[in-house]
Design a protein around this ligand. Sequence first.
Ligand code: ATP
Length: 818
Amino acid sequence: QNFEAPEIQKEKHNYESDVARMRKIVINRQALDSLYSHKEIFLRELISNANDALEKLRLISLTDKSVWDGSEPLNITVKAIKDEDGKGGRLIISDTGIGMSPEELTKNLGTLAKSGTSEFLARAESDEGGAANGNLIGAFGLGFYSSFLVADSVYVSSVTPASAKNPEPVQHVFSSSSEDSSFEIFPDPRGNTIGRHGTEITLHLKEDSLEYLENPELMNLVNKHSSFSTSFPIYLYTQQEMQVPDDEEPVSEAEETSPAEALDELEKEETPKDEDEAIVEDVEEAPEEEQSPAPPKLKTILVDQWQHLNSQPPIWQRDPKEVTDEEYKLFYASAFKDDTEPLAWHHFSGDSGSGVSFKSIIYLPGKFEDSFWQQPLTYRSKDIRLMVKRVFITSDFGDEALPKWASWVKVVVDAEDLPLNVSRETLQSTRFLKQLKQIIIKHVIQLLSKFSEEDGEKFEQFVKTYNTVIKLGAVEDTKNREKLIGLARFNTNQRNFTTLDQYLENRKQGQKQIFYLAEMGKDPEDIAKSVFVEKLHARGYEVLLLGEPMEEIFVQNIRQWKNVRFQDVAKVGLKFGDEDLDDEEEKELLKEQTEKYRPLLDYLKKQAGTVARDVVISNRLVTSPCAMVADNHGYTANVQRMMSASNAKSGKGYLHEIAMKAKLLEINPRSPLIEGLLRKVESLPTDEDERDEEAEAELQEVTSILIDGALIRSGFEVPNTYDFFSRVDRVLRRSLGVDELAPTDDTVKPAPPVDPELPSEEELLEPEELPEPDMSWIDEEDDGTAKVVVAPHLRNDIQIEMEEVDEFGNPVVEHDEL
Ligand SMILES: Nc1ncnc2c1ncn2[C@@H]1O[C@H](COP(=O)(O)OP(=O)(O)OP(=O)(O)O)[C@@H](O)[C@H]1O
């Protein structure tokens, strides 16, 4: 196993910078507790890579028999070899998969091509990385680099199948150690030890990882993480003691048997490993009492054995009744590299309807990756693994990929009745993918519906994780819209997690609208405080409070549920539904109030000209003096905010201008402030000769604040914050009796002259060291007398006077000055 040969020319390469960062994180894992406690995942990662390499080989061989004609075994082997001095050892993981050429070794192991790697690196390097590392590993998968969690040096020896272009491929080695920032590629000095194709990874284990030389530990890990995720056999190298007659040649003394040779035999015969043990027992059970001839002299030899670790069929092929929850969870973690427990799963057999029967497990993940909402709607999931008779075929469903709302679902499907050499193109023409897509979505909706009826913690987790995505589904997937709308939950001013059906059950007599208010990014409790909700709430109506941008899009698209229209309570058109009952009376009152407030309405209309189309008497306010209501075709504050967040350039035409201005200023005739304002407007002399310019300016200022206030109350931004606050300042000064024009002392210390020197690196990196505070005084001895303890460095600056007080808190000795 010696990779060192002086005559071999080694090509030295530097790692790509992201790999260097990744390796640094992994090698310095001591700093990252959770990464350290997850170090055992290295074996899962390497077996998963081996599995992928075998799947690739099998897939290519479907169209190119020269790569693999089915005669050699496809398997994964794990072999631990302890050093003779007992101080260390190596672990060898081999596969007979597609292998890597020297160029591929360089490219695949020297660069990182995974999406999301930069995010992983940034988070792992930041402070939060330490705490969140377990999840990080789950979310990103360290892949091959997890080797460095347990190994000081790693050798990857690999050879690709012979091809017309390269009829005699040479086995090459990639070698790297945790100390070097570079890796080397060179022809394997041992020659071809692997066989026709495959990869062998040798890990020289770190001192603190020697437990991975113990077979029980390795068996445990394979069982835990990998046994049901691969359909290829995994063999563990063991040595059994055996007693044989002294004159017999040992079967093998070797510690370095070629796994390929040994396993080739084994798999051809299909002899399960355990039968070898039976032979051992036979020998041991030789009856001792037999007399002559004299028992042959026995000696103990070590026999190499390969123990089949994953002899069970893959989990999806098993009877669901016999699979434990733990097994489902472990399979999920290893197959989809997600350490967060799945929320739910469904394991079933089905028939596509076009005669293809299959077995499948569908998982709902416990969380979404952060990137989910950043990906475009056209994003195609890679988490539906389609197999045909256990052979992985594709995870790319092309045009039949799931829609974005369901693209997070993780599925394994194993079809029985498709030809093995089916290509993706043929698959698409069989309608199978289309049917499968519908079956998956149907089951996802069933799983979601099941949760929707559950109570307690799981239900809350379900709502937290899936509520927004269900609403996206309702918008995106018109075919399943009704079902998904039924599952969507909303917070209201009266309760949490209400469905629209529950909302309708709570509808008041005459109510023909589903009331909602959307304020992006706000908590429901804050939205509930809006001026637009106050009257509805006071009267006992339920209002949906929508804080997610998706929710506004949902109501805009859905428009109605069971023939009841959605009504944005920040817009005109709000009807309680009981107006008809006292119609005449209401109308009369409105007429009277409009008459009474006419001068103020006219005055405000002039003042609000740039922000509102009209000013009217409100029927939606209780205590607030005024509000800015969006017209039917105008933008609400929420839509306006969403447009600026998405930087929607398309909306910036004249229609946008109109929509921006399409607002009504509503005033509350019962508010004393509005009444006061009316009196003020009425008291202004109208005669040109008698005009009181000062009073006019003052009123203008107050109304301007009122209008801006209405905008802010209603969630809009004021057109000019500086002007707004200057006006508020002036009004404050007036109310405090401070001179409105008195200037503020605005002298400031000017900056020192220009500094031509740039800061040195030390200045940049080392924060100014603060002296350690002296805390020893805290433990100063307590002599039992009443006193105030002051830190030594403050003792010169602080004077403390103590006085004695009586039981009522009055000073016992009066102060002279009092
Ligand atoms: N045993 C192997 N046989 C053939 N190629 C391999 C083997 N192990 C790794 N590779 C190649 O090296 C690449 C990088 O492996 P690595 O484990 O870092 O990432 P990955 O497998 O692509 O991603 P992940 O492990 O997160 O799924 C693989 O994509 C594959 O092409």
